[in-house]
Design a protein around this ligand. Structure first.
Ligand code: GCO
Ligand code: MN
Ligand code: MN
Length: 390
């Protein structure tokens, strides 16, 4: 029995666009043929995945007739029911067609903005028909290289207008659907609007129905800019806004690499898994990554298997962290020292009495400031755990 064999209950999912990635890049042609969505669903199910996701055009190619659409959807539904796979999330391609060359919801051109909203309403219908309960909004081409024409603040106003309209549509249709905004700093645009989790959180608070909108943070996106994805994830969880998560790997300061989960920075991936598992997050563990361009189809399935296995291995490491006597002993000592203070604090909430008491409190800052925080010891224990010698 392989204890790292993925099970449906692990809620692993992949996008058709990820396993179906053909290896095309800015310098080179595809290195693999496209995969038929029905084939991908069956292969993913065999590997132990639970869900599959798509952009409207991944499933129903842009410009398909109604007849074609109906046939594709019928066959895809059949594949889902034969394989036991689900579609927890769907999204819209608002970036491939030349009409979106300068943005979709934020385009300066009113016709483009209206077309983008129309395309999204239709894609929402498709996603809901196949069972999606989360709808992702990645900005794609919402951004700019030139700031001489469009006011970046107005772009945000336009973005809000589109999301509010689509929230109205979902409510009007009575769909059980929440939105998840996926920030990204750049690529394909020179600079994207809503570049980070923080920007997106601030935007969500300004929407008509903020309770229906959360985040889809991605490991690579925060990491590209040099930010700490674990911190972004933590803030999203704390805000009650982690509606979905895109897992992959990425080196800082590089182009958007979308590597196999945990392949570059297993230590940070460990903290991601540890945080997700401890948080009560019950949504998909979604891999938005792709196989190296040098791979063939067999390499794609090795990649998919690797993402899931690494997650489960790190989940076991997180359990070991919780069960390790030395680590837990050190944490308990640190906590005991950190909670020894019994005087007034901000944790009681504000009152004029509490303020007066705290103002009057005396602290021995020199003594407190002299305490070593033992993070060298703790971090070394984590490293030894991850390196497999504990
Ligand atoms: C990217 C994004 C996309 C989105 C996808 C779903 O960097 O291209 O991560 O893969 O996640 O469009 O919205
Ligand atoms: Mn990405
Ligand atoms: Mn993504």
């Amino acid at each position: 029995m392989d204890r790292f064999a993925p099970q449906k209950g692990d809620k692993f999912s992949f996008g058709l666009w990820t396993v179906g990635n053909t290896g095309r890049d800015a310098w080179g042609d595809p290195t693999r043929p496209p995969l038929d969505p029905v084939h991908s669903v069956h292969r993913l199910a065999e590997l132990g995945a639970w869900g599959v996701k798509f952009h409207d055009d991944d499933l129903v190619p842009f410009g398909s007739s109604q007849h074609e659409r109906d046939r594709i959807v019928r066959e895809f539904k059949q594949a889902l029911s034969d394989s036991g796979m689900v579609v927890p999330m769907a999204t819209t391609n608002l970036f491939s067609h030349p009409v979106f060359r300068d943005g979709a919801f934020t385009s300066a051109d009113a016709a483009v903005r209206a077309f983008a909203v129309q395309k999204t309403m239709r894609a929402i219908d498709l996603g809901v028909e196949l069972g999606a309960t989360t709808y992702v909004f990645w900005g794609g081409r919402e951004g700019a290289e030139v700031d001489a024409y469009r006011d970046p603040g107005e772009a945000i106003t336009r973005f809000r207008e589109a999301i509010n309209f689509l929230l109205g549509y979902v409510r009007d249709q009575g769909y059980d659907l929440r939105f998840a905004i996926e920030p990204k700093p750049n690529e394909p645009r020179g600079d994207a609007y809503l570049p980070t989790v923080g920007h997106a959180l601030a935007f969500i608070a300004t929407l008509d129905h903020p309770e229906m909108v959360g985040l889809n943070p991605e490991f690579a996106h925060e990491t590209m800019t040099g930010l700490n994805f674990v911190h972004a994830l933590g803030q999203a969880i704390e805000a009650g806004k982690l509606f979905h998560v895109d897992l992959n790997d990425q080196r800082m300061g590089r182009f958007d690499q979308d590597y196999r989960f945990a392949s570059e920075d297993p230590k940070r991936a460990f903290y991601v898994v540890k945080l997700l598992e401890a948080s009560g997050y019950a949504g998909p563990r979604h891999f938005d990554a792709k196989a190296y361009r040098m791979e063939d189809e067999a390499g794609v399935w090795a990649f998919a298997r690797g993402c899931m296995r690494s997650y489960l291995i790190l989940k076991e490491k997180a359990r070991q962290f919780d069960a390790d006597g030395e680590i837990q002993g050190l944490l308990a000592e640190l906590r005991a020292a950190d909670t020894a203070y019994a005087g007034p604090t901000a944790a009681t909430g504000y009152s004029s009495e509490a303020a007066a008491a705290l103002k009057a409190q005396s602290f021995d800052a020199a003594a407190i400031g002299a305490i070593g925080r033992r993070q060298e010891e703790l971090d070394q224990l984590v490293i030894e755990l991850l390196l497999g010698v504990r």
